[in-house]
Ligand binder design. Sequence first.
Ligand SMILES: C[C@](O)(CO)[C@H](O)COP(=O)(O)OP(=O)(O)OC[C@H]1O[C@@H](n2ccc(N)nc2=O)[C@H](O)[C@@H]1O
Ligand SMILES: Nc1ncnc2c1ncn2[C@@H]1O[C@H](COP(=O)(O)OP(=O)(O)OP(=O)(O)O)[C@@H](O)[C@H]1O
Length: 272
Amino acid sequence: MTPPATDGFAPAKVNLSLHVTGQRADGYHLLDSLVMFADVGDRVTVAPAPVMSLRVTGPRAAGVPEDARNLCWKAAEPFGLPVAITLDKHLPAAAGIGGGSSDAAAVLRAMEALTGRPSPMPVARLGADVPVCLLGRAARMRGIGADIQPLEIAPLHAVLVNPGVAVSTPEVFRALARKDNPAMTDLPWNADLTAWLAAQRNDLEPPARALQPVIGTVLEALGACAGVRLVRMSGSGATCFGLFESRAVADSAAQDLRRGNPDWWVRACTLS
Ligand SMILES: C[C@](O)(CO)[C@H](O)COP(=O)(O)OP(=O)(O)OC[C@H]1O[C@@H](n2ccc(N)nc2=O)[C@H](O)[C@@H]1O
Ligand SMILES: Nc1ncnc2c1ncn2[C@@H]1O[C@H](COP(=O)(O)OP(=O)(O)OP(=O)(O)O)[C@@H](O)[C@H]1O
């Protein structure tokens, strides 16, 4: 009997902090990052089919590859079961919120459910962000990305903003001046997480801003929102986020930001 299609959510990944603490001989960087996942994201549907195929739909489909270059395809192919994949794209690409990595993780989950076995290929080979996206919940991520410690963190309310410029992750790493920055301090047990975050950094923010100065404009606009508690860039950019005390305050900030900047991608969300 043919197994049924499976449907999965691929949430945006947000790096609340991102410290670059070293560089390996192969060029990959050592990271120390607090990662959480949003309730906004893409959707993937995976169904057994006579041949492999991929269709990308949705408001952010433009420019996303529909062939073996797509991480969804790369995640499914090693299982050896041909599938028809539909990717409903809502997240901007090359945006520092792990869109492709989270899509790949959703396809991996679907393929594991369809075949009853884990990925025959090490998942980190798909990308440094794929292991944490496969976990899909709050974690401290170290090493080049595969060393993951799940964390119990109360949900946070945020607004994500992308100004519509694509940023190349390798280019940002190349532009980083210092590769041996201090690691994060230990997470607080019960103190205010936002206060702790304010003392952490995203080391990729200065090089990303140098490449795309509009990131500075986004950070300023988020910083001017009523009730904002912390403002920072995610991943290698250009998406930035602000943290707010409640979802209602985040919703209202998102509305104001959208009104003032109709070309920006603006989403209120809850991170967990
Ligand atoms: C910056 C982050 O978004 C933080 O979460 C990720 O580490 C990037 O994850 P990703 O997009 O899945 O990264 P990959 O597709 O594996 O790598 C893209 C490029 O980023 C650089 N890269 C990535 C991860 C890492 N630990 N060191 C690196 O130097 C490399 O130049 C690599 O060629
Ligand atoms: N499923 C996918 N969705 C979007 N882009 C994809 C996908 N698969 C491959 N790509 C290609 O990967 C490039 C990077 O896009 P992606 O959304 O993965 O961003 P990212 O900024 O690298 O994420 P991060 O740095 O946070 O991991 C795109 O420009 C696109 O050509």
